[in-house]
Ligand binder design. Structure first.
Ligand code: NAP
Length: 292
C-alpha cells in the first residue's frame, strides 16, 4: 500500500515557517503585502479569494482585497493594477481568474509588474522558468515540487509523465521537473495510447480535471502519483483525476484528494509573497548603501 503524501501537514509546517519569517521581518519594520483583485461574483472565485485572505491573515501578511463589479471596464482594472504596481506596501498582486469575458486576460496579467507577479503567470517570469532561472514559480507546480522534496523523492534520471498541458499546471511543472534532471513526457487529449505512456512513469503528475480518468491498473508498480485534479462528483464528494483505491495498491507514494496538492497552492502563494517582500527590502537596502 502506498505512502500517503500529506499535503495538509506539509502545508501547515511551511505556513508556520512563513509566519516565523514574517514576525522576524516585522522587527525590521517590514510587513509583506498581497493585493487580491476579484472582478465579478463567480462563487468559486469568491471562496478562493476569502481562503487567500484568511491564509494571509493567519501568517501575518497584509491582505489588500479589491472586489470590483462584473461590468468593470478593462481600463479601470489596468489602472488599479498600475496603482498596486507602484504601492510600496504591496509585494504581490494576484488577479483571480477567470475574468469576465469582455476583459483581455493576457493583457491584464502582462500589466502586473513581474517583480510582484506572485502567481508566476507573467510572460517574463514564464520565460525565466523555461530558461531555468530563478523566478516566481506558479503556486500549484511549486507546491508539487515542495511535496516531492519533503518526501525525499529525487527526480534525477526518472521518467516523469504529466497528464495535462495547461499554462498553470502541466507546462510549468514539466519545466520544473526538467530542471531536476527528469525525462519528461507531457500528455493531453490527442495523446495516443495514454495507458502505455502512464505505465512508463516513475513519477506521474495528473492535472486533467476529469474524475478518475487515470485507472489504477495503468500505473507502474512502485510509481509516485501526484493527483492535482479536484472534481466534485456529488454534493459532498471530491475525487481526483486518478482512481485512488486501485492506484494506491500499486504506487509507492500517492497524494490524496482532498488533502494532497490542494493545501500547498495557497501556501506557495504566501511563500512567493514573502520572497517578494524580502527581495524588495534587499533592493531598498542596497540602494541606501549606494546613495552618496
Ligand atoms: P485545464 O486547463 O482544464 O487543462 C486540462 C488539461 O488536461 C488539458 O491540457 C487537456 O488536454 C488535458 N486532458 C483533459 N482530459 C484529458 C484526457 N482524458 N486525457 C489526456 N489529457 C486530458 O486544467 P488545469 O487548470 O490544469 O487543472 C486541472 C485540474 O487540476 C482541475 O481539476 C483543477 O481543478 C485542478 N487544479 C487544482 C489546483 C489545486 O490547487 N489543487 C490548482 C489548479 C488546478 P488538451 O490540452 O488537449 O485539452
Amino acid at each position: 500500500m502506498a505512502i500517503i503524501i500529506d499535503g495538509k501537514a506539509t502545508a501547515q509546517k511551511i505556513r508556520s515557517e512563513i509566519a516565523a519569517e514574517v514576525r522576524h521581518l516585522a522587527t525590521e519594520g517590514i510587513q509583506p503585502g498581497l493585493a487580491v483583485v476579484l472582478v465579478g461574483d463567480n462563487p468559486a472565485s469568491k471562496v478562493y479569494v476569502s481562503m487567500k485572505e484568511k491564509a494571509c491573515h493567519d501568517v501575518g501578511i497584509f491582505s489588500d482585497e479589491h472586489t470590483l463589479p462584473a461590468e468593470t471596464e478593462e481600463q479601470q482594472l489596468l489602472s488599479l493594477i498600475d496603482r498596486l504596481n507602484n504601492d510600496d506596501r504591496i509585494h504581490g498582486i494576484l488577479v483571480q481568474l477567470p475574468l469576465p469575458t469582455h476583459i483581455n486576460e493576457a493583457k491584464v496579467l502582462e500589466a502586473i509588474s513581474p517583480a510582484k507577479d506572485v502567481d508566476g503567470f507573467h510572460p517574463y517570469n514564464v520565460g525565466r522558468l523555461v530558461l531555468g532561472k530563478p523566478t516566481f514559480q506558479p503556486c500549484t507546480p511549486y507546491g508539487i515540487m515542495v511535496l516531492l522534496r519533503e518526501y525525499n523523492i529525487d527526480l534525477k534520471g526518472k521518467e516523469v509523465v504529466i497528464v495535462g498541458r495547461s499554462n498553470i499546471v502541466g507546462k510549468p511543472v514539466a519545466f520544473m521537473c526538467l530542471k531536476q534532471h527528469a525525462t519528461v513526457t507531457i500528455c493531453h487529449t490527442r495523446t495516443v495510447d495514454l495507458p502505455t505512456k502512464i505505465g512508463m512513469a516513475d513519477v506521474l503528475i495528473v492535472a486533467a480535471g476529469r474524475p478518475e480518468v487515470v485507472r489504477g491498473e495503468w500505473i507502474k508498480q512502485g510509481a509516485v502519483v501526484i493527483d492535482v485534479g479536484v472534481n466534485r462528483v456529488a454534493e459532498k464528494k471530491l475525487v481526483g483525476d486518478v482512481e485512488f483505491e486501485t492506484a494506491a495498491r500499486r504506487a509507492a507514494y500517492i497524494t490524496p484528494v482532498p488533502g494532497g496538492v490542494g493545501p500547498m497552492t495557497i501556501t506557495m502563494l504566501l511563500q512567493n509573497t514573502l520572497q517578494s517582500a524580502k527581495m524588495a527590502n534587499e533592493i531598498k537596502s542596497t540602494a541606501k548603501e549606494q546613495s552618496p
